[in-house]
Design a protein around this ligand. Structure first.
Ligand code: ATP
Ligand code: MG
Length: 440
């Protein structure tokens, strides 16, 4: 049932007379027939006993919380002594932890019923809060009073949205009400933790329903979304308000962080850019640039990693740019933003279209689908769109008498000519091209 190294940890503790279980996420995943990423164990052995029993294989990684990491066959199992948490004062950390010999007390401190189950080495399930039934029904429910549990630790609010968005669970009514009620507590969390949980939610397959229902919760950290909710675009291209369009576009895109966050941001500027013409039609000229300006402080606030931030900025700046599915134009875009951003951009454009009025969708997608096919073909055939693929380099340009900035300009002109199909990417031809000083 568990991998051998996990059985080894449980069996070793049992051999010393202690109770030992796999707990939390791994039990949840196993009951859903998923392969757990990692296995956390819980035991009634005190941490110093766990250290003693496993000797050199044990690392005191979180003794204050009763956690010892056991390394076995190169894999790590976190072994935590059964504990019940003391009072929470800061909405994040329990002030004290007390060890207990009672697995049920340990399970009671866990956030949701589906995460509050333990499984022994022989497969026996300890499930005091009905986690198995909630899992079978796809229901997310707090252990105990949701208001109390979210007040103790506000991160649970975001974990709830994440489990709903990733696993498609529906949120039980009392838990759902407390998510709205207690949302302001999120402002006390560290930005990095908020970013991490929000990103998992944003990347969830079921993000659409979650962000429609709990936009106010996301709005605590990203109040820029609030004016989008219910904002009627008065546009014949749209059947949804700005927020619903946004989250439907997100859900229509592959589950990748840059792409999904980009789509969350791409229309934030619409309410501020909105004008009505004399015929009562809405327009939002230049809104994507406004959205890009609004996204910058959000990414700062949530401490987005720099590389993700740059990917999103590229997508925002290209979102509205038009190009045709021709070799020359596709190569130009590949050359300017790279292959990864190119395919993300096409995904973003198609997802955006898919969340508008359904009439004419096929025609709207066609050029982007053609560009995608062509892009793949060009990559497969090794078509040249970067300077490093060019059959000549800076030394060649210098030998031909170019110097300083002219070297780069000459190579760039050669690359442009190759991408336009005017010149072969072949050394002799390109040397001749450079020597002719064409377009330099
Ligand atoms: P994942 O590993 O996919 O993030 P998980 O549920 O395993 O999901 P972990 O952070 O690995 O999450 O936590 C392991 C277990 O610890 C959870 O299943 C839950 O029982 C408990 N837990 C984690 N975070 C909290 C929390 N903030 N409040 C209460 N219990 C928690
Ligand atoms: Mg886990």
């Amino acid at each position: 049932m568990f991998p051998p190294y996990v059985h080894f940890v449980l069996d070793t503790l049992a051999a010393h007379g202690y109770a030992a279980y796999v707990v939390g996420g791994a039990v949840r995943d196993l009951l859903c027939a998923l392969t757990p990423d990692d296995h956390d164990a819980a035991t009634d052995a005190p941490p110093e006993k766990v250290l003693e029993i496993f000797g050199t294989a044990a690392r005191p990684t979180g003794l204050r919380h009763g956690t010892v990491t056991v390394v076995c066959e190169g894999k790590c199992v976190e072994v935590t002594t059964f504990r019940c948490d003391g009072a929470y004062r800061d909405g994040r950390h329990p002030e004290s932890v007390r060890f207990t010999r009672d697995i049920e007390k340990d399970l009671a401190r866990r956030d949701f019923t589906i995460n509050a189950m333990a499984m022994a080495a022989d497969g026996t399930l300890v499930d005091p809060f009905g986690g198995q039934e909630d899992l079978a029904r796809g229901v997310l429910r707090c252990v105990g009073s949701p208001e109390v549990r979210f007040s103790e630790d506000a991160l649970r609010i975001l974990r709830a949205l994440r489990f709903a968005a990733v696993c498609g669970f529906s949120i039980e009514a009392e838990t759902a009400a407390a998510l709205h009620e207690k949302r302001e507590l999120l402002s006390g969390l560290a930005a990095e933790r908020v970013f991490h949980e929000m990103t998992r939610t944003v990347c969830g397959r079921h993000v659409c329903n979650v962000l429609l229902e709990y936009a106010d919760v996301f709005g605590v950290w990203i109040p820029e979304i609030l004016p989008c909710i219910g904002f009627d675009q008065k546009s014949r291209f749209h059947i949804y308000d700005v927020w619903e369009h946004t989250v439907r576009a997100m859900a229509a895109a592959p589950c990748a962080a840059a792409l999904r966050w980009h789509l969350l941001f791409h229309d934030l500027g619409k309410p501020a850019s909105f004008t009505l013409d004399e015929l009562g039609r809405g327009h939002t000229y230049g809104h994507t640039a406004v959205s890009a300006r609004m996204a910058a402080p959000i990414m700062e606030r949530l401490r987005f990693p720099n590389d993700l931030r740059r990917q999103i900025e590229t997508l925002l700046s290209w979102h509205d740019r038009q190009f045709s599915p021709t070799r020359a134009q596709v190569l130009r875009v590949l050359s300017e933003i790279g292959a990864e951003a190119f395919f993300d951009l096409l995904d973003a454009k198609c997802a955006d279209n898919a969340a508008k009025r359904p009439e004419g969708l096929e025609a709207a997608q066609k050029p982007w689908e053609d560009a995608r096919l062509l892009g793949r073909e060009l990559l497969d055939e090794g078509a040249c769109f970067t300077l490093s693929q060019l059959a000549v380099d800076g030394n060649d340009a210098v030998s031909l008498g170019f110097s300083g900035r002219a070297v780069g300009e000459a190579l760039r002109a050669a690359l442009d000519a190759v991408m336009r199909g005017e010149v072969e990417n072949e050394r002799k031809t390109l040397l001749r091209f450079l020597a002719s000083g064409k377009k330099v």
